[in-house]
Design a binder for this molecule. Structure first.
Ligand code: ZN
Length: 138
């Protein structure tokens, strides 16, 4: 079976002072993560205090925008168009809840490599989502 993912209406994200820089970056096609200089770890979602060590020494770092599918589920019921809800494990470490787009939803696989793409919400904010860069994982 083949189910080609279609673009769907996306609700505007809740943008707070902590997440404003994240969405400023997505508007220019960049995916940013917070990095903690105290414990040398990334985290997501963005927070002023590091969730690993509670340090305030966090800063924004642009990611490569690549990762792999950690887990996913294709939702078909109660939605105008089927879509894939997923956790993507970024190459920098954190997992991000997202959608898998621009692909055959029936050919997705755990471990499959993906890269970020940006889809507009109804208010124009750009939402990071991911698309496979190659076929099913070996
Ligand atoms: Zn830390």
């Amino acid at each position: 079976m083949t189910t080609i993912a279609q673009d769907r209406e996306l609700h505007p994200p809740a943008i707070t002072p902590e997440t404003q820089p994240f969405f400023d970056a997505t508007a220019r096609g960049a995916l940013m993560l917070k990095f903690c200089d105290a414990c040398q770890r990334f985290h997501h979602y963005p927070r002023a205090l590091c969730p690993h060590c509670f340090s305030e020494r966090t800063r924004w770092v642009e990611t490569k925008g690549t990762g792999s599918i950690y887990t996913f589920s294709v939702l078909r019921a109660g939605t105008p168009t089927p879509f894939a809800l997923a956790y993507v494990q970024l190459d920098e470490g954190p997992r991000m809840m997202t959608n898998l787009v621009d692909c055959d939803l029936d050919a997705l696989d755990i471990g499959q490599p993906v890269r970020v793409v940006f889809k507009p919400a109804t208010n124009g904010a750009m939402i990071p989502m991911f698309t496979p860069t190659q076929g099913k994982a070996p």
